[in-house]
Design a protein around this ligand. Structure first.
Ligand code: DAH
Length: 371
């Protein structure tokens, strides 16, 4: 074979291969053309294997003719490969029903609802003073919600709490359990044979449970949902939240209570916030106080939000009544305690300038969209 016939055959191979590349309808077909021509046992190699028969000076000439042929074939293969890969991807996406040209869905980042957010903040602040959270049930006995807190059955102080009573299910098991509990606590039974059950009107029964469950020193918080048979308006819900605090130890004093509540008010409403104790009345504390902070709206000059007094009451508190300590199984001769209870809703309203308590539970999505 001479150089001219090599040239002819190279030309023919080039033409035929480029046509095959253009005709390849799939990546598999293209791979077959690729290895059939350029592969180790491919046609090009096979053809060039014959140059050994040429003279030493003709061999490089054939090599020089073969290189552009190889390059042209490689370029055509690469170009066709890109096209076929694109088509394959498109076909796959089409089959998957995916439109990659649509803009992505934005990620929706929510936020904690202001009530649990506020509850967490209250718990965090008192946590710095060693208070820990204990849970207490929402369905409570009359005994723990009232009687053990020094509010007897026929006492007018009951009128402070508009109570929703619960009729226990009438099956035998439930009644037996209720009878047992009624006997254990020696409380009057309702007509159906169980102790009177109610939806707790405050978190204060958590105090009795905590005292009965542990020994001083006690420093606990019971946050949670409360219920009252309430005429609902912008500042009263029939369903609302409280955080109760209780400390019992030797030598616990009103000064400790004042210092703790000041620290709380400053952490929650700013270090410059003024505070004061006013005399108050609760059956379970003696003495009892209302704890006020300088109005967060007018800063004390007087406005409708503080009824022109410059002050806002944020919680009730006092020294735990000796009768209540005794009902909790604690010796009032040895131990003293203080307690406080605040409306989480109220704190959240002041914090976020929300003017209607009903907004919290009205499924207003804006509460979850704050960032
Ligand atoms: N339980 C009271 C209420 O719901 C709030 C309260 C007042 C709790 C004084 C206390 C306290 O622990 O000492 O109105």
């Amino acid at each position: 074979m001479d150089v001219a016939s090599f040239e002819t055959r190279l030309h023919e191979l080039r033409k035929r291969t480029l046509a095959a590349v253009a005709a390849a309808a799939s990546l598999e077909e293209l791979d077959a053309v690729d290895s059939g021509v350029l592969g180790r046992k491919g046609e090009l190699r096979d053809l060039l294997g014959g140059i050994g028969a040429l003279s030493a000076e003709d061999r490089p000439r054939v090599g020089a003719l073969a290189n552009p042929v190889r390059e042209a074939i490689e370029a055509a293969l690469a170009e066709r490969r890109t096209i076929l890969e694109g088509e394959a991807l498109e076909a796959r996406l089409l089959a998957e029903g995916e439109d990659v040209t649509l803009p992505g869905r934005p990620l929706w980042r929510g936020s904690r609802h202001p009530l649990p957010e506020t509850e967490r903040e209250i718990v965090r602040i008192f946590g710095q003073f060693g208070f820990v959270v204990v849970e207490s049930p929402e369905v409570e006995s009359d005994e723990l919600n009232f009687q053990a807190l020094n509010i007897p059955a026929d006492h007018p102080a009951r009128d402070l709490w508009d109570t929703i009573y619960v009729r226990p299910p009438g099956d035998g098991m439930a009644s037996a359990a209720h009878d047992e509990e009624a006997a254990a606590h020696d409380v009057g039974s309702a007509a159906d044979g169980g102790p009177r059950l109610l939806l707790r009107t405050h978190t204060s029964p958590g105090q009795i449970r905590a005292m009965r469950d542990s020994q001083p020193p006690i420093r606990i918080l019971t946050p949670g949902r409360c219920y009252r048979y309430e005429a609902v308006d912008a500042s009263h819900g029939f369903e609302f939240f409280q955080v109760e605090g209780l400390m019992v130890d030797e030598g616990t004093s009103m000064a400790d209570l004042r210092g703790l509540l000041d620290a709380f008010a400053h952490a929650m409403f700013g270090a410059a916030r003024r505070t004061r104790f006013r005399p108050g009345y609760y059956p379970f504390t003696e003495p009892s106080v209302a704890f006020d902070i300088g109005c967060v709206v007018c800063e004390g000059s007087g406005c409708p939000a503080c009824k022109r007094t410059g002050w806002m009451t944020i919680l009730g508190a006092g020294m735990v009544h000796p009768i209540v300590l005794r009902n909790g199984g604690i010796d009032p001769e040895r131990y003293q305690g203080f307690a406080f209870g605040m409306g989480t809703d109220r704190i959240a309203m002041l914090r976020y300038a929300i003017t209607d308590i009903r907004a919290f539970l009205a499924n207003d999505m804006r509460f979850l969209e704050r960032l």
